[in-house]
Structures are given as structure tokens and as C-alpha cells.
Design a protein around this ligand. Structure first.
Ligand SMILES: Nc1nc2c(ncn2[C@@H]2O[C@H](COP(=O)(O)OP(=O)(O)O)[C@@H](O)[C@H]2O)c(=O)[nH]1
Length: 491
């Protein structure tokens, strides 16, 4: 006769089934309870109304993670066609019209059920700062027109305003460090170098700076439980387009009918209007009293001579502080690494000079070669590059080199601390993300509480504990285990 399996008693089978059901239920509940919710995103839109153009950025973050960092990402960027809003001073309505195509784009990228709650900001930078200096009524009319246009969008329009240079510098620094996850983790921060069309910003933390020597360059932050004493300065008129105006103004002081410019390649020639050149407040005070209507601008392409012209737009001597960058502006000792973006990136990328491990002398030599290249050859070498940019690379490269080395005092040792960047983890480097994070209170002053274990770790621990409990439970029933397999003992 076949012997019965001693485990096949009704009691052990019932215990095993209940045990398995209990474990499955425990793990299922743990997984469902703690599973991140189906990603539902929230959105924010920032329009960067720059001097040369406007760009719209859409950011998204998981709805349930408002207070965590490293989670806000740029999902879309739309370049507004045409020029910057400050160029519409004579016809402000067109400034509002120009934004419409990108706003329609935003309606497609942001799910319609989120439209109403999505904040929409417009921040204007140095182009509008200059228009405001030149004609504040015209600047108000431009803001009126863009605000009316944005109010018609389905988003929650939060206003249009000019950012101060200090805000532009500080928010650029926040963006770079946020995207690099340096703020939440309390890591050493990286400085931010931003070169726009009309202004340039430098922002960094220096141990030697606590704000006492030059309070106007000081911004204090408390982020994720850490205090930061940030040095920041924005140089109005030292963006690359206004710097070029100042260099041309220097060369046309006497009102000549033509100039031969070492910062433009040999073979370049254009007729330029005196009144257009001198309309900017950066140079308007220097307009020659007698000059023809136009002048012929031709190039001769010489880096070393160009550097002399570029140096003439800086004042390196005046300084009432312990140390200065230029124009009598205090700057503490450079420290740490730097992310250089916007026009720094465009120009250095074209020049193939984004690798800063090359010696400064090699950068100089590359610039000397570029400036010495005849313009026709340059056009043949780069048929894909827009002429308005190609014309100016000799000037722009020389300007960047001079600004960094003579202006901010980067040396052949510290130059390699600069990284020329466009994006970090898919989001553009610039002030817009930092601006939105600040306005939506998305970076807490204190570090948020974090769960003891990550989700996967939590589920594993629960499963292991459940199994151990089950085994212990079975073992505790040992007295009930059938003993029929034991041999009868002989007494
Ligand atoms: N070489 C080059 N320059 C660019 C490009 N896009 C913009 N720029 C120039 O870079 C400068 C800075 O541009 P941007 O960061 O948009 O500055 P903003 O308009 O002042 O905000 C301006 O002089 C622009 O004309 C590009 O694709 N290539």
C-alpha cells in the first residue's frame, strides 16, 4: 500500500495556503500603497525677452514632487521669430503679435487640462533696460502690448517685467547649480558666466566675499538648509552686440567716412549709418559732433590690433576697492569652476575652442588664425553659418578672450576651470529656470524630509520580513507537525 505524505494533512495545507495569501496580500498592498502615482506633470512657462530675440521655455515637473529638486526639466523651447521686443519701440503692437506663434506652440505642449493653472512669466533683460534708459514711455508701451497679448493666452499670466542685472546673474547661477544637482546635495557650487547681446553677468561664490566690501554685488540665499553668499555683477553694455558698438564708436570718434577695422576679416565691407550706430545709450554720448550720414566699414583681420581696440572699451585702472574686474567694479578672487553660456557658447563652439584644457596661448593662436583668414575663404569654409554671425566671429572671439583674461582675470591656470555649455541635462543654461523656481517657491530654504528608504528598498525589506515571519510561523507550529515518518521506538 502507498504511504501517505505526512505533510498532506488538512492543517498544514491550510496553513501554507493562508501563509502564501498573506504574503501576496502584504507585498501587493506595500507595492500599491507606495508606488509613485502615475506621473502627472505640472508646467510653467517663461519668456526670455532678450536684446536680440525672445525665447519661450516650457518646464515640467511631477505634480506630487513640487518640493524636490533636480525634478524640473525643460520640455520645449520656442524661438520667437524676429528681433527682441525692445526693437518694437516704434510699433509696440508688433511685439505682442510676435509672441503669438510660440504661445500657440505652448498650447500644444501643455495638456489642455493644465492650461489654466500653468503660470506664464515674461522677463526682459538688457535690451529693455537700455530702452527704458533711452525712452521709458516707449518701454512702458512695449510692456503694455506684450502683456495684452499674453493675457489672451489660456495660461495664468503672472506679469511682464524687466529683471535687474543682479537678478539675471543670480538666477543664472541658480539654474546652473540646480541642474547640476549641486544645491540639494550641498556640493561645491559652480560659477555662472552669461554673455548676452546687451549685457554680461558674472556670478560665483568666493570664500573671501561676505558682501561687506561691495554690498551691491551681494545676494544671500538659503537653499536646502545651506547658506550661500553670492557675488554677482551685470555689466550693462558689455553684451557682445553693445560691446561691438562701443568698439566701433572708439574707431569712429572723429567722424570719418571709412574705417579699416582689425576685428573684421580682410575682404569684409559694409556701409553703416552713424545715427543707427549711435542710437544706443551705450555710445550715444560719444557721437561725433560732425560726421557724414554713413561710413564704410572694412576689415583687415588682425587679432593683436583687434585686442587693442577691444581693450579700449574697458577701464582697467580705476578701482576704489581691494581688487576690481574693470570699470571700477569690485570682484573677489576667482574660485572654483564656471559654466559659461549664451554667446560664450555660440562663439567658442564655432571657434572649436570649447575644450579649455588647451593652453591659453593656443586659444590666442586660433583667434589670430581666424582673424587673419580672408572673409571669402571663411565664407567658403562655413557656407552653413549665417553671415551676420560669421562677420563678427573675429571680434566676438577677441572680445570673449579679453573679457575673460583681462576683465575677469582668468589666467592660463584658471582658464581650464571654465566649461562652455549650452544645456545641462537637456535644459538650457540661462536665468529663466532659476527665475521660475524662485517665483513658484520650488526650492525650499530647508532640506525637505526624505523617506528612510527608496521605494525599491522599502518593498524588498517588506518582502524579506514577510518571508521570515512566515517561516517563523511555520516553525512555531512544529508541535502540530505529523510524526508518522518517525520509526517506532523500541522501549
Ligand atoms: N554665433 C551665434 N550667435 C548667436 C546665436 N544665437 C544668438 N546669438 C548671439 O548671441 C548673443 C546673445 O544672444 P542671447 O543669449 O539670445 O542674448 P540676448 O538676446 O541679449 O538675451 C547675441 O549677440 C545674439 O545675436 C547663434 O546661433 N550663433
Amino acid at each position: 500500500m502507498k504511504e501517505r505524505n505526512p505533510w498532506h494533512t488538512p492543517l498544514t495545507i491550510i496553513i501554507a495556503v493562508i501563509g502564501v495569501i498573506a504574503i501576496v496580500a502584504l507585498v501587493t498592498i506595500a507595492v500599491l500603497q507606495n508606488k509613485p502615482l502615475i506621473p502627472k506633470y505640472k508646467y510653467g512657462i517663461v519668456l526670455d525677452a532678450g536684446s536680440s530675440h525672445t525665447a519661450m521655455y516650457i518646464y515640467e515637473w511631477p505634480a506630487e514632487k513640487d518640493n524636490n529638486t533636480g525634478r524640473v526639466e525643460q520640455t520645449h523651447c520656442c524661438k520667437v521669430s524676429g528681433s527682441g521686443i525692445s526693437d518694437y519701440a516704434s510699433d509696440p503692437k508688433l511685439a505682442g503679435e510676435s509672441l503669438k506663434a510660440c504661445m500657440r506652440d505652448a498650447e500644444r505642449f501643455v495638456p489642455s487640462e493644465r492650461h489654466e493653472e500653468t503660470p506664464l512669466y515674461l522677463g526682459a533683460t538688457a535690451g529693455m533696460r537700455l530702452l527704458n534708459i533711452k525712452d521709458s514711455a516707449a518701454s512702458d508701451r512695449v510692456f503694455q502690448a506684450v502683456s495684452e497679448s499674453l493675457q489672451k493666452s489660456p495660461f495664468s499670466f503672472q506679469g511682464a517685467r524687466i529683471l535687474s542685472g543682479q537678478e539675471e546673474g543670480a538666477f543664472g547661477w541658480v539654474t546652473v547649480n540646480y541642474l547640476d544637482d549641486r544645491l540639494e546635495q550641498g556640493l561645491e557650487t559652480t560659477g555662472a558666466l552669461d554673455l548676452g547681446g546687451a549685457s554680461t553677468q558674472i556670478s560665483f561664490i568666493s570664500d573671501s566675499f561676505d558682501g561687506s566690501e561691495s554690498p551691491s554685488n551681494y545676494v544671500a540665499f538659503r537653499l536646502y538648509g545651506n547658506d550661500y553668499n553670492l557675488y554677482t555683477h551685470s555689466f550693462l553694455c558689455y553684451g557682445k552686440d553693445q560691446a561691438l558698438r562701443m568698439a566701433l564708436a572708439h574707431q569712429t570718434q572723429s567722424g570719418p567716412g571709412s574705417i579699416v577695422d582689425p576685428c573684421f576679416n580682410n575682404g569684409y565691407s559694409a556701409v553703416k549709418n552713424y545715427s543707427v550706430l549711435y542710437e544706443s545709450p551705450c555710445v550715444s554720448g560719444r557721437k561725433p559732433s560732425s560726421a557724414p550720414q554713413t561710413f564704410t566699414h572694412t576689415g583687415k583681420g588682425n587679432f593683436y590690433e583687434c585686442q587693442e581696440v577691444v581693450k579700449s572699451i574697458f577701464n582697467f585702472t580705476e578701482c576704489k576697492y581691494s581688487q576690481c574686474s574693470f570699470n571700477g567694479i569690485f570682484q573677489p578672487t576667482l574660485q572654483g569652476t564656471y559654466g559659461a553660456f549664451s554667446a560664450y557658447y555660440f562663439v567658442m563652439k564655432f571657434l572649436n575652442l570649447t575644450d579649455t584644457s588647451v593652453p591659453l596661448q593656443s586659444v590666442k593662436e586660433a583667434l589670430a588664425r581666424l582673424c587673419a583668414t580672408p572673409f571669402d575663404t571663411l565664407k567658403k569654409q562655413h557656407p552653413e553659418v549665417k553671415l551676420k554671425f560669421l562677420n563678427e566671429y573675429c571680434f566676438s572671439g577677441t572680445y570673449i578672450f579679453t573679457l575673460l583674461t583681462e576683465g575677469y582675470n582668468f589666467t592660463s591656470r584658471t582658464f581650464s576651470d571654465i566649461k562652455f555649455i549650452k544645456k545641462i541635462k537637456g535644459s538650457d543654461a540661462g536665468w529663466t529656470l532659476g527665475y521660475m523656481l524662485n517665483l513658484t517657491n520650488m526650492i525650499p530654504a530647508e532640506a525637505p524630509d526624505t523617506p528612510l528608504l527608496p521605494h525599491a528598498g522599502y518593498v524588498s525589506v517588506i518582502t524579506v520580513i514577510a518571508l521570515v515571519l512566515f517561516v517563523l510561523f511555520i516553525l512555531s507550529l512544529r508541535p502540530l507537525w505529523p510524526r508518522c515518518s518517525q520509526k517506532p521506538q523500541i522501549v
